[in-house]
Design a protein. Sequence first.
Length: 236
Amino acid sequence: MRIDIVTIFPEFFSALDVSLLGKARESGLIELAVHDLRDFTHDRHRSVDDTPYGGGAGMVMKPEPWGYALDSILDPLPEEREARLEGCPTIIFPSPAGELFTQAMAQELSAEPHLIFGCGRYEGIDERVFEYAASRARVRLVSMGDYVLNGGEVATMAMIEAIGRLIPGVVGNPQSLVEESHSDGLLEYPSYTKPAEWRGLEVPPVLLNGNHGAIAAWRHEQQLERTRRIRPDLLS
Ligand code: ADE
């Protein structure tokens, strides 16, 4: 998968050099490029924002740098044009006003050949940027949840981690993806390792007797109980 990120804080994404995603980049499973939006400005101050038309608090990100940045990522080399049109990229703009990011969306996006993340700051991005982007690619505004971050960078990091680990080969043991929270719509069951007793706290005896049927039934019951208690919305 190819991933492009447009941001005014490229240094934010150095964390993607490490851990599983760092390895996936080294092995070529993920090809990632971070673009500094200010490199696409043409004024002395490299400004990316301005006051909002109609008044109001805060600043709005100007459309011009976004246009140049997206053009530089989307513009295919002539001989690549055919191939690129086939797998039309998806541009994701993290936004608290977007559709909610879920495991199902992560799964869907993990099958895409090319994702572009546009990280907004300040009070938002000039609306025409979304219109222009939609004329060149598929566009999705995506929210991490019902709270407000200072910008799209942290949301983009979270999405890339959730999506990247679902790309075949990125996580060493694919079975661990099957049994985790949200993979089957329920929260994950509790896990234990040795020792069997620690500071007076014991591992549930059912896990010690080697009865795989009983263990599977107990784990499923734990999933249901936890989901009912913590996230009843997932059951409805
Ligand atoms: N930018 C600011 N808040 C956000 C949120 N909750 N989700 C995604 N992007 C955001």
